[in-house]
Design a protein around this ligand. Structure first.
Ligand SMILES: [Zn+2]
Length: 460
Protein backbone atom coordinates (compact mmCIF):
# COMPACT_ATOMS: atom_id res chain seq x y z
CA UNK A 1 0.00 0.00 0.00
CA UNK A 2 1.26 3.46 -0.85
CA UNK A 3 1.66 5.68 2.20
CA UNK A 4 1.32 9.45 1.88
CA UNK A 5 2.70 11.87 4.43
CA UNK A 6 2.60 15.62 4.64
CA UNK A 7 6.23 16.64 4.52
CA UNK A 8 7.02 20.00 6.12
CA UNK A 9 10.26 20.04 4.16
CA UNK A 10 8.66 20.09 0.72
CA UNK A 11 5.31 21.51 1.97
CA UNK A 12 3.63 18.69 0.09
CA UNK A 13 1.78 15.50 0.76
CA UNK A 14 3.99 12.91 -0.86
CA UNK A 15 4.45 9.21 -1.10
CA UNK A 16 6.64 7.85 1.66
CA UNK A 17 9.59 5.85 0.40
CA UNK A 18 12.01 4.46 2.97
CA UNK A 19 15.73 4.75 2.28
CA UNK A 20 16.17 1.02 2.80
CA UNK A 21 13.48 -1.35 1.69
CA UNK A 22 11.40 -2.79 4.51
CA UNK A 23 12.76 -0.65 7.31
CA UNK A 24 13.06 2.89 8.46
CA UNK A 25 14.53 5.21 11.03
CA UNK A 26 12.20 7.48 12.99
CA UNK A 27 13.32 10.25 15.29
CA UNK A 28 10.97 12.03 17.69
CA UNK A 29 12.03 15.10 19.62
CA UNK A 30 11.37 14.18 23.21
CA UNK A 31 10.47 16.12 26.33
CA UNK A 32 12.47 18.64 28.31
CA UNK A 33 12.23 16.93 31.67
CA UNK A 34 11.75 19.76 34.13
CA UNK A 35 8.02 19.53 34.82
CA UNK A 36 4.83 17.61 34.14
CA UNK A 37 3.94 17.43 30.45
CA UNK A 38 0.55 18.88 29.57
CA UNK A 39 -1.88 17.03 27.34
CA UNK A 40 -0.86 19.20 24.37
CA UNK A 41 2.71 17.95 24.75
CA UNK A 42 1.40 14.41 25.04
CA UNK A 43 -0.59 14.75 21.83
CA UNK A 44 2.70 14.66 19.90
CA UNK A 45 3.79 11.36 21.42
CA UNK A 46 0.33 9.93 20.79
CA UNK A 47 0.23 10.79 17.11
CA UNK A 48 3.78 9.60 16.46
CA UNK A 49 2.90 6.37 18.23
CA UNK A 50 0.04 5.92 15.80
CA UNK A 51 2.38 6.67 12.89
CA UNK A 52 4.83 4.07 14.18
CA UNK A 53 2.14 1.48 14.79
CA UNK A 54 0.78 2.00 11.30
CA UNK A 55 4.20 1.68 9.64
CA UNK A 56 4.83 -1.50 11.64
CA UNK A 57 1.41 -2.84 10.61
CA UNK A 58 2.49 -2.34 7.01
CA UNK A 59 5.41 -4.70 7.54
CA UNK A 60 8.11 -2.06 8.04
CA UNK A 61 10.74 -2.52 10.71
CA UNK A 62 10.92 0.75 12.60
CA UNK A 63 13.88 1.94 14.65
CA UNK A 64 12.50 4.70 16.80
CA UNK A 65 14.77 7.07 18.73
CA UNK A 66 13.60 9.63 21.25
CA UNK A 67 15.63 12.00 23.37
CA UNK A 68 15.07 13.41 26.83
CA UNK A 69 16.40 16.94 27.12
CA UNK A 70 17.86 17.05 30.60
CA UNK A 71 20.27 19.90 30.01
CA UNK A 72 20.70 22.98 27.88
CA UNK A 73 17.11 23.97 27.11
CA UNK A 74 17.11 27.56 28.21
CA UNK A 75 14.04 29.47 29.27
CA UNK A 76 14.37 31.57 26.14
CA UNK A 77 14.73 30.17 22.63
CA UNK A 78 17.31 32.89 22.03
CA UNK A 79 19.93 30.90 23.94
CA UNK A 80 19.65 33.17 26.92
CA UNK A 81 17.93 32.96 30.28
CA UNK A 82 18.24 30.12 32.73
CA UNK A 83 18.50 26.42 32.00
CA UNK A 84 14.95 25.10 32.51
CA UNK A 85 16.17 22.20 34.63
CA UNK A 86 18.48 24.19 36.83
CA UNK A 87 15.71 26.73 37.31
CA UNK A 88 13.17 24.07 38.31
CA UNK A 89 15.74 22.45 40.61
CA UNK A 90 16.43 25.71 42.41
CA UNK A 91 12.72 26.24 42.93
CA UNK A 92 12.26 22.76 44.37
CA UNK A 93 15.39 22.85 46.50
CA UNK A 94 16.81 19.91 44.56
CA UNK A 95 19.57 19.56 42.00
CA UNK A 96 19.09 19.31 38.26
CA UNK A 97 19.97 15.60 38.22
CA UNK A 98 17.23 14.80 40.72
CA UNK A 99 14.69 16.87 38.81
CA UNK A 100 15.57 15.13 35.53
CA UNK A 101 15.36 11.66 37.06
CA UNK A 102 11.97 12.40 38.59
CA UNK A 103 10.39 13.86 35.46
CA UNK A 104 11.79 11.19 33.17
CA UNK A 105 9.87 8.70 35.28
CA UNK A 106 6.75 10.89 35.14
CA UNK A 107 7.04 11.05 31.36
CA UNK A 108 7.57 7.31 30.97
CA UNK A 109 4.56 6.69 33.23
CA UNK A 110 2.44 8.99 31.04
CA UNK A 111 3.48 7.09 27.90
CA UNK A 112 2.60 3.78 29.50
CA UNK A 113 -0.80 5.07 30.65
CA UNK A 114 -1.54 6.26 27.13
CA UNK A 115 -0.58 2.88 25.67
CA UNK A 116 2.28 4.44 23.71
CA UNK A 117 4.88 1.91 22.61
CA UNK A 118 8.33 2.55 23.97
CA UNK A 119 10.88 3.88 21.51
CA UNK A 120 13.67 1.52 20.48
CA UNK A 121 15.92 3.85 22.43
CA UNK A 122 15.10 6.67 24.80
CA UNK A 123 18.33 8.60 25.29
CA UNK A 124 19.16 11.30 27.80
CA UNK A 125 21.10 14.25 26.44
CA UNK A 126 23.52 14.01 29.35
CA UNK A 127 24.43 10.46 28.30
CA UNK A 128 25.84 11.68 25.00
CA UNK A 129 27.98 14.64 26.08
CA UNK A 130 31.19 13.09 24.74
CA UNK A 131 29.63 12.62 21.32
CA UNK A 132 28.14 16.11 21.42
CA UNK A 133 31.55 17.67 22.15
CA UNK A 134 33.01 15.73 19.24
CA UNK A 135 30.23 17.00 16.99
CA UNK A 136 30.96 20.60 18.01
CA UNK A 137 34.64 20.03 17.25
CA UNK A 138 33.74 19.00 13.71
CA UNK A 139 31.56 22.08 13.32
CA UNK A 140 34.44 24.20 14.57
CA UNK A 141 36.97 22.56 12.25
CA UNK A 142 34.64 23.13 9.32
CA UNK A 143 34.43 26.82 10.17
CA UNK A 144 30.74 27.03 11.04
CA UNK A 145 31.24 28.40 14.54
CA UNK A 146 32.32 31.63 16.19
CA UNK A 147 32.91 32.49 19.78
CA UNK A 148 31.05 35.06 21.86
CA UNK A 149 31.38 35.85 25.54
CA UNK A 150 28.80 33.20 26.47
CA UNK A 151 29.39 30.38 24.04
CA UNK A 152 30.08 28.98 20.61
CA UNK A 153 27.52 29.99 18.02
CA UNK A 154 26.57 28.50 14.69
CA UNK A 155 26.88 30.98 11.84
CA UNK A 156 23.69 30.35 9.87
CA UNK A 157 24.86 32.52 6.98
CA UNK A 158 27.41 29.82 6.13
CA UNK A 159 24.68 27.42 5.07
CA UNK A 160 22.95 28.43 1.86
CA UNK A 161 19.63 26.72 2.57
CA UNK A 162 19.33 27.52 6.28
CA UNK A 163 15.71 27.81 7.24
CA UNK A 164 14.32 25.95 4.23
CA UNK A 165 12.19 23.87 6.57
CA UNK A 166 10.43 26.77 8.22
CA UNK A 167 10.37 29.17 5.29
CA UNK A 168 12.39 31.37 7.57
CA UNK A 169 13.00 33.92 4.90
CA UNK A 170 9.27 34.63 5.08
CA UNK A 171 9.18 34.98 8.82
CA UNK A 172 9.49 38.42 10.28
CA UNK A 173 13.08 38.60 11.33
CA UNK A 174 12.85 41.97 12.98
CA UNK A 175 15.35 42.00 15.75
CA UNK A 176 13.56 41.34 18.99
CA UNK A 177 10.49 39.89 17.32
CA UNK A 178 11.53 36.31 16.81
CA UNK A 179 14.37 36.18 19.27
CA UNK A 180 15.78 38.42 21.91
CA UNK A 181 18.53 40.76 20.99
CA UNK A 182 22.05 39.46 21.35
CA UNK A 183 24.53 42.07 20.09
CA UNK A 184 27.32 39.53 19.82
CA UNK A 185 25.48 37.39 17.29
CA UNK A 186 26.42 37.89 13.64
CA UNK A 187 22.98 36.94 12.33
CA UNK A 188 19.66 36.93 14.14
CA UNK A 189 19.15 33.26 13.35
CA UNK A 190 22.53 32.15 14.76
CA UNK A 191 22.27 29.84 17.74
CA UNK A 192 24.44 28.42 20.49
CA UNK A 193 25.87 24.94 20.11
CA UNK A 194 27.96 25.11 23.27
CA UNK A 195 27.45 27.45 26.20
CA UNK A 196 30.11 28.45 28.68
CA UNK A 197 29.38 27.99 32.36
CA UNK A 198 28.98 31.27 34.21
CA UNK A 199 32.21 32.40 35.85
CA UNK A 200 30.62 33.45 39.11
CA UNK A 201 28.56 30.34 39.90
CA UNK A 202 28.68 26.57 39.58
CA UNK A 203 26.05 24.74 37.59
CA UNK A 204 24.63 21.33 38.63
CA UNK A 205 25.32 20.10 35.13
CA UNK A 206 28.51 21.14 33.39
CA UNK A 207 31.34 19.40 31.61
CA UNK A 208 34.92 20.06 30.76
CA UNK A 209 35.44 20.64 27.06
CA UNK A 210 38.10 21.99 24.70
CA UNK A 211 36.41 25.37 25.29
CA UNK A 212 36.40 25.18 29.08
CA UNK A 213 33.56 24.24 31.43
CA UNK A 214 30.19 24.39 29.78
CA UNK A 215 27.13 22.57 28.50
CA UNK A 216 25.54 21.83 25.14
CA UNK A 217 23.03 24.03 23.33
CA UNK A 218 19.59 22.49 23.20
CA UNK A 219 19.49 21.67 19.48
CA UNK A 220 22.74 19.75 19.50
CA UNK A 221 21.56 16.53 21.15
CA UNK A 222 19.03 15.68 18.44
CA UNK A 223 21.58 16.06 15.65
CA UNK A 224 24.05 13.91 17.55
CA UNK A 225 21.67 11.17 18.69
CA UNK A 226 19.89 10.81 15.40
CA UNK A 227 23.25 10.39 13.67
CA UNK A 228 24.50 7.94 16.31
CA UNK A 229 21.52 5.63 16.04
CA UNK A 230 20.00 6.29 12.63
CA UNK A 231 22.87 7.46 10.46
CA UNK A 232 23.64 10.66 8.53
CA UNK A 233 20.29 10.68 6.73
CA UNK A 234 17.30 8.89 8.13
CA UNK A 235 13.66 8.59 7.08
CA UNK A 236 11.23 10.47 9.30
CA UNK A 237 11.75 13.24 11.81
CA UNK A 238 8.76 14.20 13.95
CA UNK A 239 7.96 16.87 16.47
CA UNK A 240 5.47 19.45 17.60
CA UNK A 241 4.71 22.48 15.43
CA UNK A 242 6.57 24.59 18.00
CA UNK A 243 9.79 22.98 16.75
CA UNK A 244 9.25 24.17 13.20
CA UNK A 245 10.58 27.74 13.42
CA UNK A 246 13.73 27.27 15.49
CA UNK A 247 14.61 23.87 16.89
CA UNK A 248 14.25 21.84 13.71
CA UNK A 249 15.93 24.27 11.31
CA UNK A 250 18.83 24.46 13.77
CA UNK A 251 19.07 20.71 14.14
CA UNK A 252 18.99 20.32 10.41
CA UNK A 253 21.64 23.01 9.89
CA UNK A 254 24.09 21.43 12.33
CA UNK A 255 23.63 17.99 10.83
CA UNK A 256 24.03 19.22 7.31
CA UNK A 257 27.12 21.22 8.25
CA UNK A 258 28.75 18.10 9.66
CA UNK A 259 27.68 15.45 7.15
CA UNK A 260 27.00 17.49 4.03
CA UNK A 261 23.71 15.58 3.79
CA UNK A 262 20.08 16.14 4.56
CA UNK A 263 19.36 14.99 8.14
CA UNK A 264 15.95 13.45 7.40
CA UNK A 265 13.83 13.02 4.30
CA UNK A 266 10.41 13.58 5.86
CA UNK A 267 9.62 16.12 8.55
CA UNK A 268 6.24 15.80 10.24
CA UNK A 269 4.72 18.27 12.67
CA UNK A 270 1.64 18.01 14.83
CA UNK A 271 -0.54 20.89 15.97
CA UNK A 272 -1.35 21.86 19.53
CA UNK A 273 -4.25 21.30 21.86
CA UNK A 274 -5.74 24.55 23.03
CA UNK A 275 -7.88 25.10 26.09
CA UNK A 276 -10.33 28.00 26.40
CA UNK A 277 -8.97 29.21 23.07
CA UNK A 278 -5.53 29.69 24.54
CA UNK A 279 -2.23 27.88 24.57
CA UNK A 280 -1.80 25.60 27.55
CA UNK A 281 0.00 27.64 30.15
CA UNK A 282 0.41 27.44 33.89
CA UNK A 283 -0.04 31.15 34.46
CA UNK A 284 -3.34 31.23 32.55
CA UNK A 285 -4.68 28.17 34.38
CA UNK A 286 -5.03 26.31 31.10
CA UNK A 287 -2.37 23.71 31.81
CA UNK A 288 -3.88 20.22 31.95
CA UNK A 289 -1.85 17.17 32.81
CA UNK A 290 -2.71 13.50 32.63
CA UNK A 291 -3.01 13.47 36.42
CA UNK A 292 -5.65 16.22 36.17
CA UNK A 293 -7.65 13.96 33.85
CA UNK A 294 -7.26 10.97 36.13
CA UNK A 295 -8.36 13.04 39.12
CA UNK A 296 -11.60 13.75 37.29
CA UNK A 297 -11.96 10.03 36.55
CA UNK A 298 -10.97 10.15 32.90
CA UNK A 299 -8.89 7.24 31.72
CA UNK A 300 -5.76 8.17 29.74
CA UNK A 301 -7.21 6.02 26.96
CA UNK A 302 -10.12 8.44 26.72
CA UNK A 303 -7.53 11.13 25.94
CA UNK A 304 -6.07 8.85 23.31
CA UNK A 305 -9.52 8.46 21.76
CA UNK A 306 -10.00 12.23 21.95
CA UNK A 307 -6.73 12.88 20.08
CA UNK A 308 -7.58 10.31 17.41
CA UNK A 309 -10.71 12.23 16.48
CA UNK A 310 -8.77 15.08 14.88
CA UNK A 311 -6.12 15.00 12.17
CA UNK A 312 -2.69 15.61 13.68
CA UNK A 313 -2.09 18.71 11.56
CA UNK A 314 -5.23 20.40 12.84
CA UNK A 315 -5.49 22.27 16.11
CA UNK A 316 -7.73 20.81 18.78
CA UNK A 317 -9.74 22.47 21.48
CA UNK A 318 -9.90 20.74 24.78
CA UNK A 319 -12.92 21.07 27.05
CA UNK A 320 -14.19 18.98 29.90
CA UNK A 321 -17.51 18.59 28.06
CA UNK A 322 -15.70 17.23 25.01
CA UNK A 323 -13.79 14.81 27.24
CA UNK A 324 -17.06 13.64 28.75
CA UNK A 325 -18.62 12.83 25.42
CA UNK A 326 -15.37 11.27 24.20
CA UNK A 327 -15.30 9.01 27.22
CA UNK A 328 -18.94 8.05 26.62
CA UNK A 329 -18.08 7.27 23.00
CA UNK A 330 -15.27 4.93 23.97
CA UNK A 331 -17.48 3.31 26.61
CA UNK A 332 -20.08 2.68 23.93
CA UNK A 333 -17.53 0.82 21.83
CA UNK A 334 -16.53 -1.35 24.80
CA UNK A 335 -20.19 -1.98 25.69
CA UNK A 336 -20.92 -2.94 22.10
CA UNK A 337 -18.06 -5.41 21.73
CA UNK A 338 -18.36 -6.86 25.24
CA UNK A 339 -20.74 -9.63 24.15
CA UNK A 340 -19.34 -10.30 20.72
CA UNK A 341 -18.23 -13.83 19.97
CA UNK A 342 -14.53 -14.66 20.21
CA UNK A 343 -12.59 -12.92 17.43
CA UNK A 344 -12.27 -14.97 14.29
CA UNK A 345 -11.37 -14.13 10.68
CA UNK A 346 -11.02 -10.44 9.88
CA UNK A 347 -12.90 -8.65 7.15
CA UNK A 348 -10.09 -7.96 4.69
CA UNK A 349 -12.19 -5.39 2.91
CA UNK A 350 -12.76 -3.31 6.05
CA UNK A 351 -9.17 -3.55 7.22
CA UNK A 352 -8.06 -2.48 3.76
CA UNK A 353 -10.38 0.49 3.90
CA UNK A 354 -9.04 1.40 7.32
CA UNK A 355 -5.45 1.14 6.11
CA UNK A 356 -6.26 3.36 3.14
CA UNK A 357 -7.45 6.05 5.54
CA UNK A 358 -4.33 5.75 7.67
CA UNK A 359 -2.10 5.75 4.61
CA UNK A 360 -3.58 9.11 3.69
CA UNK A 361 -1.36 11.11 6.03
CA UNK A 362 -2.78 9.32 9.09
CA UNK A 363 -6.43 10.15 8.75
CA UNK A 364 -7.31 8.89 12.20
CA UNK A 365 -10.75 10.52 12.20
CA UNK A 366 -11.61 8.50 9.10
CA UNK A 367 -10.07 5.43 10.72
CA UNK A 368 -12.40 5.81 13.68
CA UNK A 369 -15.36 6.24 11.34
CA UNK A 370 -14.48 2.93 9.70
CA UNK A 371 -14.22 1.30 13.11
CA UNK A 372 -17.71 2.58 13.89
CA UNK A 373 -18.96 1.38 10.51
CA UNK A 374 -17.60 -2.08 11.37
CA UNK A 375 -19.57 -2.07 14.62
CA UNK A 376 -22.75 -1.06 12.79
CA UNK A 377 -22.51 -3.55 9.95
CA UNK A 378 -24.54 -6.71 9.84
CA UNK A 379 -21.67 -9.18 10.10
CA UNK A 380 -20.92 -12.10 12.42
CA UNK A 381 -19.72 -10.59 15.69
CA UNK A 382 -16.63 -12.84 15.63
CA UNK A 383 -15.60 -11.18 12.37
CA UNK A 384 -16.39 -7.74 13.66
CA UNK A 385 -14.31 -8.28 16.77
CA UNK A 386 -11.34 -9.69 14.85
CA UNK A 387 -11.52 -6.74 12.43
CA UNK A 388 -11.72 -4.18 15.20
CA UNK A 389 -8.80 -5.71 17.05
CA UNK A 390 -6.79 -5.54 13.85
CA UNK A 391 -7.56 -1.82 13.50
CA UNK A 392 -6.74 -1.34 17.15
CA UNK A 393 -3.20 -2.56 16.58
CA UNK A 394 -2.78 0.86 14.95
CA UNK A 395 -5.20 2.93 17.03
CA UNK A 396 -3.85 1.56 20.29
CA UNK A 397 -7.04 1.95 22.32
CA UNK A 398 -6.28 -1.35 24.00
CA UNK A 399 -9.81 -2.57 23.25
CA UNK A 400 -9.07 -6.25 23.92
CA UNK A 401 -7.97 -5.38 27.41
CA UNK A 402 -10.84 -2.96 28.00
CA UNK A 403 -13.29 -5.66 26.90
CA UNK A 404 -11.68 -8.21 29.19
CA UNK A 405 -11.89 -5.82 32.11
CA UNK A 406 -15.51 -4.98 31.35
CA UNK A 407 -16.44 -8.63 31.69
CA UNK A 408 -14.60 -9.18 34.93
CA UNK A 409 -17.06 -9.01 37.81
CA UNK A 410 -16.09 -8.46 41.42
CA UNK A 411 -17.22 -11.27 43.73
CA UNK A 412 -19.84 -9.04 45.36
CA UNK A 413 -21.40 -8.38 41.95
CA UNK A 414 -21.27 -12.04 41.00
CA UNK A 415 -23.31 -12.90 44.07
CA UNK A 416 -25.96 -10.31 43.27
CA UNK A 417 -26.09 -11.49 39.68
CA UNK A 418 -26.72 -15.06 40.82
CA UNK A 419 -29.49 -13.87 43.12
CA UNK A 420 -31.00 -11.85 40.31
CA UNK A 421 -30.91 -14.78 37.94
CA UNK A 422 -32.69 -16.84 40.54
CA UNK A 423 -35.29 -14.11 41.14
CA UNK A 424 -35.97 -13.98 37.41
CA UNK A 425 -36.38 -17.74 37.26
CA UNK A 426 -38.89 -17.38 40.07
CA UNK A 427 -40.57 -14.56 38.15
CA UNK A 428 -39.93 -12.25 41.10
CA UNK A 429 -39.62 -9.15 38.98
CA UNK A 430 -39.62 -6.70 41.87
CA UNK A 431 -36.63 -8.41 43.44
CA UNK A 432 -34.89 -8.66 40.06
CA UNK A 433 -35.36 -4.92 39.48
CA UNK A 434 -34.15 -4.12 42.95
CA UNK A 435 -31.02 -6.20 42.41
CA UNK A 436 -30.45 -4.50 39.06
CA UNK A 437 -30.49 -1.14 40.87
CA UNK A 438 -28.00 -2.41 43.42
CA UNK A 439 -25.72 -3.64 40.65
CA UNK A 440 -26.09 -0.33 38.83
CA UNK A 441 -24.81 1.44 41.90
CA UNK A 442 -21.72 -0.75 41.76
CA UNK A 443 -21.19 0.30 38.14
CA UNK A 444 -22.48 -2.99 36.77
CA UNK A 445 -24.89 -2.79 33.84
CA UNK A 446 -27.24 -5.73 33.43
CA UNK A 447 -28.78 -6.72 30.12
CA UNK A 448 -31.48 -9.29 29.68
CA UNK A 449 -31.00 -11.06 26.39
CA UNK A 450 -32.41 -14.15 24.71
CA UNK A 451 -29.33 -15.95 26.02
CA UNK A 452 -30.13 -14.84 29.56
CA UNK A 453 -28.76 -12.19 31.83
CA UNK A 454 -25.47 -10.51 30.92
CA UNK A 455 -23.39 -7.95 32.77
CA UNK A 456 -20.66 -5.43 32.03
CA UNK A 457 -18.69 -3.10 34.26
CA UNK A 458 -17.19 -0.32 32.22
CA UNK A 459 -14.61 1.81 33.89
CA UNK A 460 -12.83 4.38 31.82
ZN1 LIG B 1 14.94 17.70 18.59
Amino acid sequence: MKIYLNNSLTKKKEEFKPIKKGKLGLYTCGPTVYGYPHIGNLRAYLVWDILKRFLVSQGLKVTHIMNATDVGHLSSDADSGEDKLEKAAKKEGKNAWEIAKFFIEVFKGNLKDLNILEPSKFVRATDTIKEQIKFVQILEEKGFLYKTSDGLYFDTSKLANYGQLANIQNIDLQEGARVEKNPEKKNITDFAVWKFSPKDSKRDMEWDSPWGMGFPGWHLECSVMSRMYLGDTFDIHTGGIDHLPIHHPNEMAQSEAVTGKLQANYWLHNEFIRFKDAKMSKSAGTFITLDDLKEKSFSPLALRYFVLQTHYRKGMNFSWEAMKSTKAGLENIVREIAFYDKPKKISIELVEKFNQAMADDLNTAQGLAILQETLDLDLPTATKLATIYKMDEVLGLDLANLRKRALQMPISAKKLLEQRSEARNNKDWTKADDLRDQLQEMGVEVLDTVDGQKAVKIEL
